[in-house]
Design a protein around this ligand. Structure first.
Ligand SMILES: Nc1ncnc2c1ncn2[C@@H]1O[C@H](COP(=O)(O)OP(=O)(O)OP(=O)(O)O)[C@@H](O)[C@H]1O
Ligand SMILES: [Mg+2]
Length: 236
């Protein structure tokens, strides 16, 4: 089976007013379908930069990125957007829900850009909200939900297109330890259902859900190794 993700000397340099920042330097790694990988490292070490490249939100400055065996450089921006919508679900620290849209509307959002018929929108949204235990809040607006509930809605939205890859950037960063554990348990379940999962975190307990931890420092991968499993000791 070919790798889901294959990065070769993947490099991202940001240029702001003539100043170059080497945010990611020659990263080499592969990720197989069904893996659960955690990305760790201090603030500014390049974690989000790497996740944006993996998630087809950005293109590398140099190096190659193969997604599902295909070189991303061969795709137009439009093709990348389509691929992203079909294959990847995103979960962010700040939830990124639309403030004036209900729980149902937020979850259905990715389907507006898909080939799914509008008749199926409700059906699918109800099913994923059921799956994550939020079917009693369909008509609530985000401000009427707790932080943990908001993140569950964001997870439902990430799942509605049945993505093969789930990417999470500090998904527990705005949550207390109890809600953080609940969210990580949900993400863990997705992995058990067969999704490939990549989670950025500062927190060792969150990282320990993963089978493998990639550590970044100053834009470089400094370690890439199997994780030890001790996540029953989640504290924050
Ligand atoms: N759009 C951008 N333009 C210019 N520089 C950027 C941009 N995005 C990130 N950087 C810089 O690239 C480096 C890596 O940033 P990145 O956001 O990947 O770090 P991070 O590991 O996710 O940090 P944090 O834990 O604080 O989220 C930092 O020095 C940052 O200032
Ligand atoms: Mg970041």
């Amino acid at each position: 089976m070919s790798s889901l993700i294959d990065a070769r000397r993947l490099t991202k340099i940001y240029n702001v007013e003539g100043v170059a920042t080497n945010a990611l330097i020659e990263a080499n790694f592969t990720i197989q379908p069904g893996e659960f990988v955690s990305i760790m490292g201090p603030s500014g070490s390049g974690k989000s930069t790497l996740l944006n490249l993996i998630g087809l939100l950005d293109r590398p400055t140099s190096g190659q990125y193969f997604f599902g065996g295909e070189d991303v450089a061969d795709f137009s921006d439009q093709e990348l957007t389509r691929l992203r919508n079909q294959k990847i679900g995103f979960i962010f620290q700040a939830f990124h829900l639309l403030p004036r849209a209900t729980v149902m509307e937020n979850v259905m959002l990715p389907l507006y850009y898909s080939s799914v018929s509008p008749r199926e929108y409700h059906h699918r949204a109800q099913a994923v909200l059921e799956q994550i235990g939020m079917s009693h809040r369909l008509r609530h607006l985000p401000y009427q939900l707790s932080g943990g509930e908001r993140q569950r809605v964001a997870i439902a939205r990430a799942l509605i297109n049945e993505p093969s890859l789930v990417l999470a950037d500090e998904p527990t960063g705005n949550l207390d330890s109890q809600n953080g554990k609940m969210v990580m348990d949900l993400i863990d379940e997705l992995h058990e259902q067969g999704h490939t999962v990549i989670v950025i975190t500062h927190e060792t307990p969150t990282a320990e859900y993963a089978g493998r931890i990639i550590k970044l420092y100053d834009g470089r991968i400094v370690s890439d190794a199997p994780a030890e499993h001790t996540h029953q000791h989640y504290t924050k």
